[in-house]
Every structure is written in C-alpha cells, then in structure tokens.
Design a protein around this ligand. Structure first.
Ligand code: HEC
Length: 194
C-alpha cells in the first residue's frame, strides 16, 4: 500500500520500533453499536431466560408442537389402547405415519432405523419376548420392560402417540429390513389378526 501523506498533528504519539500510529478513532455510531448490545445483554438474558414461561423461542417451539399435535389429534379423540383400536390403525397409512415419526425420534437409537434391533430386540420378526398379542405392544411401550432397559413411555407420550407408535411397531412385523438384524429373542407368537 502506498504511504499516506504524513500529518504529524494526526498521530497518537505512540512509536513502536519506529512505527508510528495514526489517530483514527472509530466513528461514534460504531462505538455505540459495540457498547449498546453489551449494556442490553443482561436485560435480554434476564428477560428471556429467567422470565415467565413462554418468552424464549424454545417455549414458542414447544407450544407450536403441542398445538400442532392437538390439531392433528382433534379428529381422533383419545384413542384407547385396546385390541380393536390397534387393529384398526394398523392398516391406516395416514395415522401410521404419525406413529412412524414417533418411532424415528424416540426408538431408533435402541431398535434400529427399520426395527431391525440394536440394544433392543428386533421388531420385524415373529419372535417376541414380552408380547403375545397386539395389545401387549402398547403395554410394553407404556410401562417399559427388563427393569427399564426398555424405558416406560407412558408419561412421556400423548396417549394417541402411544397407540400409533404401537401400531407402527406392529406393522413392522413381517418386513425385511436391509442390513444385519439382531437375532430373534423369545418365542414365536400368533399373527396379530387370527
Ligand atoms: C434405551 C433403549 C430403548 C429405547 C429408546 C426403546 N427401547 Fe424398546 N426395548 C429396549 C429393550 C432393551 C427391550 C427388551 C426388553 C427385554 O429384554 O424384555 C425393548 C423391548 C421393546 C418391545 C418388546 C419387544 C419384545 O420382543 O417383546 C417393544 C414393542 C419396544 N421395545 C418398543 C419400543 C418403542 C415403540 C420405543 C420408542 C417409543 C422404544 N421401544 C424405545 C430398549 C429400548
């Protein structure tokens, strides 16, 4: 860079190894842009993080998700985890998709992306440990099993989510997931629909 014309009145007077420093202060508006956020940040922090519920974007998100779920479930009413309901939604593609989304967020870490089994058993075969008929699926999901190695979801999922995820799990039976599967555990059970 070409040297600026020297104007000794505009120097700070600092000199380091013969290198002098121009006195070019930052514009006032820039300085305020720097200072204002620092001054405002404690108020922001207190308002959004110690304030009442519902102010942070996380709260907004939770409310939006809950609203959405309520809207979706409005037409279902509250599903009962009984045999007839489970068999009915077992064949309902549209609502199975809701069960699938619960499965993909909560269950794949232990049961594998396609139910092939990882820490938890394979859910695609006819061999089951804690399940004999379709209602048992919801019981295991709601109450857990094996001293909570299979966690209880009863308090963590909406009752309709419990039913729909159970239907989705039941629908995995008889599918052939790609890749390695966990070997069967338990005993062969009769088909869901006798
Ligand atoms: C932390 C790991 C873990 C997570 C997460 C998990 N499971 Fe399990 N699950 C297990 C284990 C382990 C078992 C086997 C329990 C046993 O040995 O009796 C099991 C068993 C089951 C069974 C019974 C299988 C059988 O053969 O009897 C079902 C059904 C099931 N899980 C569904 C689900 C669903 C649905 C979800 C998600 C909402 C889920 N699991 C999340 C670990 C998990």
């Amino acid at each position: 860079m070409s040297a600026e014309p020297t104007d000794s009145t505009n120097l700070t007077g600092h000199c380091y190894d013969g290198i002098e420093e121009y006195d070019n202060p930052l514009p006032q508006w820039w300085v305020w842009l720097f200072i204002l956020p620092i001054v405002l940040s404690p108020f922001y922090y207190v308002y959004y993080h110690f304030g009442v519920e519902g102010r942070s974007i996380h709260d907004d998100y939770k409310t939006a998700v809950a609203d959405n779920l309520r809207q979706q479930f409005a037409e279902l009413g509250e599903l009962k985890p009984d045999r007839d309901t489970l068999l009915k939604y077992l064949d309902d593609k549209r609502w199975l998709a809701v069960g699938e989304s619960v499965f993909k967020t909560q269950c794949v870490s232990c049961h594998g992306t396609n139910g092939e089994g990882k820490v938890g058993p394979n859910l695609c075969d006819d061999i089951w440990k804690n399940v004999y008929q379709i209602e048992d699926v919801t019981k295991v999901v709601a109450n857990g099993a094996a001293g909570k190695a299979m966690p209880a979801w009863g308090a963590r999922l909406h009752p309709n989510e419990l039913v729909l995820v159970s239907c989705y799990v039941a629908s995995l039976r008889g599918t052939s997931p790609p890749g390695p599967v966990r070997p069967p555990e338990g005993k062969a059970i009769p088909p869901w629909k006798p």
